[in-house]
Design a binder for this molecule. Structure first.
Ligand code: SF4
Ligand code: SF4
Length: 379
């Protein structure tokens, strides 16, 4: 092959990270900064407190809410530094209710100083949270995410407590007026699925930039409200309604597909879906007791990937752990016979542990989609 036959190289855009690398083995200037792609632990979720004034019916925190551990500020600082050094660029500060932490504002400002490109927070949006947001600025955050679990007071308050719908939306309105990029996150259950698309009208009216829907997982406090859980077909009937409704609104819509019908799998494959995101170590969630998980669906278990000590030391869990579970599904899939071998790649191995069953094995037309995968409704 001569030079003219050589194929044109295709350079791939990479959006993550810089590393200090020598140009070649003899280079003296080893300080040259080259852009390299790496994707480990880009998403860091720091649970700075387990305390919360609410007891929402589907809260993933479960008994941690009663334990109410708070991460000391020195430990927050070490965690932020350590996980930034491990690759973190998008940071979410959450809890419990993170704004109840006495050093909440210091945590947010410190995260920006340490260099996280995107600092996000999730909150219940009640009045104590609002007092903290008034002391911060919109530019302190990439966006603020407020939980609203229904399109009416009846369904939201049934999950989150009497009077919370009105208070939360009043505060969402104030956040939007103050210039915060404000988003709503809604956990969909059997009781609110009929009215929660109303949130898109509310979001348009208030100036909310995005509404995210995800199906309630029966973990944490959800165990006490298992009747709210939706089966794959009920959830797919809900997500089928999203494209038409989303098209009528300015507010953007995201959702976590969680399940897909067999004939719809090519769409997710085209979006880049390649099975369990846990295998990529794309994210890490760190609790005040140091347990650090890749997969949020496994929060009820002791399968955490690592332990982060108060001094920031990270040690891998050498016992049974989630990474072995993720990788094990490649050789021993939960489904038995794969319906989408090039994109599903073994299904969701957590389903068996958390739900005691694999949706793919149970439902002939259903394929699980990693619960961490987000998508936009296709028109
Ligand atoms: S879901 Fe959020 S607001 Fe509700 S109890 Fe749990 S931490 Fe508190
Ligand atoms: S939800 Fe399932 S597929 Fe996704 S990371 Fe967890 S174990 Fe993997």
């Amino acid at each position: 092959m001569n030079a003219v036959d050589l194929p044109t190289p295709r350079l791939r855009q990479d959006s993550y990270g810089h590393a200090r690398m020598p140009v070649d083995a003899t280079a003296k200037d080893i300080q040259r900064i080259d852009r390299v792609e790496y994707g480990r632990f880009r998403n860091v979720y720091l649970y700075i407190t387990e305390a919360c004034q609410l007891r929402c019916g589907g809260c993933y925190m479960g008994p941690r809410l009663e334990r109410a551990l708070k991460m000391p500020f020195a430990q927050i600082e070490r965690n932020l530094t350590a996980w930034r050094q491990m690759g973190g660029s998008k940071l979410t500060i959450l809890g419990g209710e993170p704004t109840l932490h006495p050093r909440y504002e210091d945590t947010i400002r410190l995260a920006g100083q340490i260099g996280y490109e995107n600092v996000i927070t999730t909150s219940n949006g009640l009045d104590p949270a609002m007092r903290k947001f008034r002391r911060l600025e919109p530019h302190d955050f990439a966006y603020v995410q407020i939980s609203v679990d229904g399109g009416t007071p009846a369904t939201h308050d049934a999950v989150r407590g009497t009077g919370t719908f009105t208070t939360t939306l009043k505060n969402v309105a104030e956040l939007c007026e103050r210039g915060y990029d404000t988003r709503i996150i809604c956990t969909v259950n059997k009781a609110n699925e009929k009215d929660c698309l109303r949130l898109l009208d509310i979001a348009d009216h208030l100036g909310v930039s995005l509404v995210k829907f995800h199906v309630m997982s029966v973990i944490g406090r959800g165990h006490g409200n298992a009747e709210w859980g939706m089966n794959p077909h009920e959830w797919l009937d809900f997500t089928d309604r999203l494209p038409a409704v989303a098209a009528q609104h300015d507010t953007r819509v995201w959702y976590q597909p969680t399940f897909v019908r067999r004939d719809e799998m090519p769409r997710f494959a085209a979006e880049g879906y390649r099975g369990c995101i846990g295998r990529t170590l794309d994210r890490i969630s760190i609790f005040p007791d140091g347990k650090s998980y890749v997969c949020s669906y496994l929060f009820d278990t002791d399968l955490q990937y690592a332990h982060t000590a108060p001094d920031g030391t990270i040690s891998l869990n050498k016992g049974p752990n989630e990474f072995d579970l993720f990788a094990g599904a490649l050789t021993k899939p939960g489904c038995g016979g794969c319906k989408a071998p090039t994109s599903c790649m073994g299904g969701c191995p957590a389903e068996d542990i958390v739900d005691g069953r694999a949706s793919c094995a149970e439902e002939p037309d259903i394929i699980p989609v990693c619960r961490l995968w987000k998508s936009m409704p296709a028109n």
